[in-house]
Design a protein around this ligand. Structure first.
Ligand code: UFG
Length: 327
């Protein structure tokens, strides 16, 4: 089974690519390395490809002839999408369409798509299931929703089948394979707090303290990157065994506030650090918690790792790599 993995040098992509290779899949990573790390791809097959370049994308699909693709490559920061919407509404969408088209033209009919809880915007209630209204409040969420709609049209036209995975907050590290989260700049909560404990940042900033939540800070559903990797294998099996298309939430079903994460990092690391209270970050919904029962029902996926394993593995990986892959 041949699987083309776009964005396979990125955080979730690299962990998933390694898991697929270890499970016996033939894997080809394509990544333009604008955000990913060549070091994270190890000895897996790799081509430096920009998905904006449709000719090259089509050539790679034609040469490799994948049975399925997993499409991770995208810009994925809520805050950045508010200040640079064109990279999301233009860049993410155009690159995805190039890929979808090239796959179909080269006979590949199966795709797993990296979507996001950001499509839900501010949910009416939690936990959020897949029937909840989709009304993104930032261009990042909109770009994922547009791609899902494109996939829906490709699917209903009989061109391909897809599983769209709506990730909640990916976090943690794959310690066994020495793979972790390394963004430049780092904006995500868990790595920022862990790096503050390691003395890489002078303090942790809490963005907003008067949200309608228990302690006034935003609540998120953190899901271990190894659990996400397992979901992609289950999604591939679904596509190849059953056909059809579906959309699934991937989360733990538990919510933790920013303050709770900070306390847990202090506990796991045994290090104290200073914390400042700042203005809200534009585009942040107060609470995102997944209902993950559809994923269990449709692809037999259930997360195995909780918030302690997430924080502990992040602490361990960043302690070993305080400067990320370049260190
Ligand atoms: N936060 C802080 N201080 C920081 C960093 C973050 O208070 O230094 C807060 C944010 O304001 C937010 C929460 O911590 O309330 C989580 O922020 P992250 O940046 O870690 O993650 P997001 O929830 O913004 O976004 C992530 C992914 C998106 C995905 C979303 C889905 O980056 O791709 O989860 O839930 F869409």
């Amino acid at each position: 089974m041949k699987v083309l993995i776009t964005g396979g040098a990125g955080y979730i992509g690299s962990v998933t690519a390694r898991r697929l290779a270890d499970s016996g899949y033939d894997v080809l990573i394509v990544d333009n390395l604008s955000l990913g790390h060549r070091e994270s791809t190890g000895t897996l097959k790799f081509e430096c490809v920009d998905l904006d370049d449709r000719k090259t994308v089509s050539r790679v699909c034609g040469d490799y002839k994948p049975d399925a693709a997993i499409h991770f490559a995208a810009r994925s920061l809520v805050g950045e999408s508010m200040t640079d919407p064109l990279s999301y509404l233009g860049g993410n969408v155009a690159a995805s369409l190039n890929l979808f088209r090239s796959l179909v033209e080269n006979g590949c009919r199966n795709i797993v798509f990296s979507s996001s809880a950001a499509v839900y915007g501010i949910p009416g209630s939690v936990p959020i299931d897949e029937n909840a209204p989709v009304r993104p409040i930032n261009p990042y969420g909109s770009s994922k929703w547009i791609c899902e709609q494109l996939l829906g049209q490709f699917s209903s036209s009989g061109l391909l089948n897809f599983v769209s995975l709506r990730y909640f907050n990916a976090a943690g590290a794959d310690i066994g394979n020495d793979l972790g989260e390394d963004h430049e700049p780092e904006t995500h909560l868990i790595p920022r707090v862990v790096l503050a404990a390691l003395g890489k940042y002078p303090s942790v900033k809490i963005f907003g303290t008067d949200y309608p939540t228990g302690d006034g800070t935003c609540v998120r559903d953190y899901i271990h990157v190894n659990d996400l990797a397992g979901a992609h294998i289950a999604a591939l099996d679904y596509l190849l065994e059953r056909g059809g298309s579906t959309i699934l939430n991937l989360g733990n079903g538990d919510g933790f506030s920013v303050r709770e994460i900070i306390s847990l990092v202090k506990e796991v690391s045994g290090v104290s650090f200073s914390v400042s209270e700042e203005d809200k970050r534009p585009g942040d919904p107060p609470v995102l918690i997944a209902s993950n029962s559809r994923a269990e029902f449709e692809i037999g996926w259930k997360p195995q790792l909780g918030i302690r394993e997430i924080v502990r593995s992040a602490w361990e990986w960043h302690s070993m790599h305080p400067d990320g892959y370049s260190g």
